[in-house]
Design a protein around this ligand. Structure first.
Ligand SMILES: O=P(O)(O)OC[C@H]1O[C@](O)(COP(=O)(O)O)[C@@H](O)[C@@H]1O
Ligand SMILES: [Mg+2]
Ligand SMILES: [Mg+2]
Length: 332
């Protein structure tokens, strides 16, 4: 079977289909190269001296792991010289980062969660990188934090890499969702699935059930109904999975369906929710919608939200359409 590399796929999207511009293709390639470097670092594990805490904290008050810091540096450095972005914003940086060198500047903004699922690094469970691409506002020479406050509908591309038993990159440029697997010998991402589709119905849900007592009544009702199984109002049994790396949980849902929820709860209400709008919710929502699924906060479509600040947090309910619609309906 003829293999199609990420580069070939992107050239096809650009030249034959006209879905992307050349500079967006090159930007995605820079990000993919950085993700390969992160994959190598993650893969070294205890041998590479990369496990454990960095001894620092990020603006959100979370302790940073060594790999959080390293992955952030890899993405920064790759894009600083990449020539396709005007500024970057990361979960691990207080503010956005404008590209200084005029010759290396481009027309896009890149947003990322350099390492998602940090709590899983030290126990050798899948982690990932999430990214999103926005257009840099026209006529703004030095885009600052405000330039990034664009609704998710404005994203021109979104993707994630999952560093699991194999490293996979899942990408959308607004024309479906496609998966690439890293060929470790060749060092290239190879197309392994075109047009991933999330089934509309599912029997699998994903939620941190230890928060049950903090959930709002609509979510408590929904989960209680699922747990009642065959004997309950849903008249069938449901299964539960929670990796606690959003990339891994959402990747499972994109692969075989399911519903992923980090809903509003009384513990995180004051800060708006747990997951970050720009680095996690928006890119994953674009991917999920492009794969035929749905993504809401329980009250609104995530992609329609107007971000108020860079590190904004939101409740997240995403995945198989009929389940997302049901639990969203319970909030009305
Ligand atoms: O530990 P909890 O409360 O179950 O939260 C798990 C969630 O937190 C996250 O790890 C947050 O991401 P970071 O590791 O990038 O901070 C998600 O990936 C995951 O879904
Ligand atoms: Mg994360
Ligand atoms: Mg992270």
């Amino acid at each position: 079977m003829k293999q199609i590399s990420l580069t070939q796929f992107l050239i096809e999207e650009q030249r034959a289909k006209g879905n992307i511009k050349p500079d967006l293709r090159l930007l995605i390639e820079v990000v993919a190269r950085a993700c390969k470097a992160i994959s190598i670092a993650v893969g070294k594990g205890a041998l590479g001296g990369v496990l454990g805490d960095a001894g620092t904290g990020n603006i959100q008050g979370e302790a940073q792991k060594k790999l959080d810091v390293l992955s952030n540096e890899i993405l920064l450095e790759a894009n600083e010289w990449g020539g396709h972005v005007a500024a970057l914003a990361s979960e691990e940086m207080d503010h956005s980062y404008p590209i200084q060198n005029e010759q290396c500047k481009g027309g896009y903004l890149l947003v990322f969660d350099p390492l998602d699922g940090s709590s899983n690094i030290d126990v050798n469970i899948s982690v990932g990188t999430i990214f999103s691409v926005l257009k840099s506002p026209e006529g703004v020479a030095q885009p600052g934090d405000d330039a990034f406050l664009q609704p998710g509908t404005q994203q021109v591309a979104a993707g994630y890499t999952v560093y699991g038993p194999s490293t996979m990159l899942v990408l959308t440029v607004g024309s479906g969702v496609h998966a690439f697997t890293l060929d470790r010998e060749l060092g290239s991402f190879v197309l392994t699935q075109r047009n991933m589709q999330i089934p509309e119905d599912t029997k699998e849900y994903s939620i941190n059930a230890s928060n049950a007592r903090f959930w709002e009544p609509p979510v408590q009702r929904y989960i209680t109904e699922l747990q009642a199984g065959k004997e309950g109002p849903r008249e069938r049994d449901f299964n539960m999975r929670w990796v606690a790396s959003m990339v891994a949980d959402v990747h499972r849902i994109i692969t075989r369906g399911g519903i992923f929820m980090y809903p509003l709860d009384s513990k995180t209400k004051a800060q708006g929710g747990k997951l970050r709008l720009l680095y996690e919710a928006n890119p994953m929502s674009m991917i999920v919608e492009q794969a035929g699924g749905a993504a809401t906060t329980g009250r609104e479509r995530i992609l329609d939200l107007q971000p108020q600040k860079l590190h904004q947090r939101v409740p997240v309910i995403m995945g198989s359409k009929n389940e997302v619609e049901r639990v969203t309906g319970y909030h009305k």
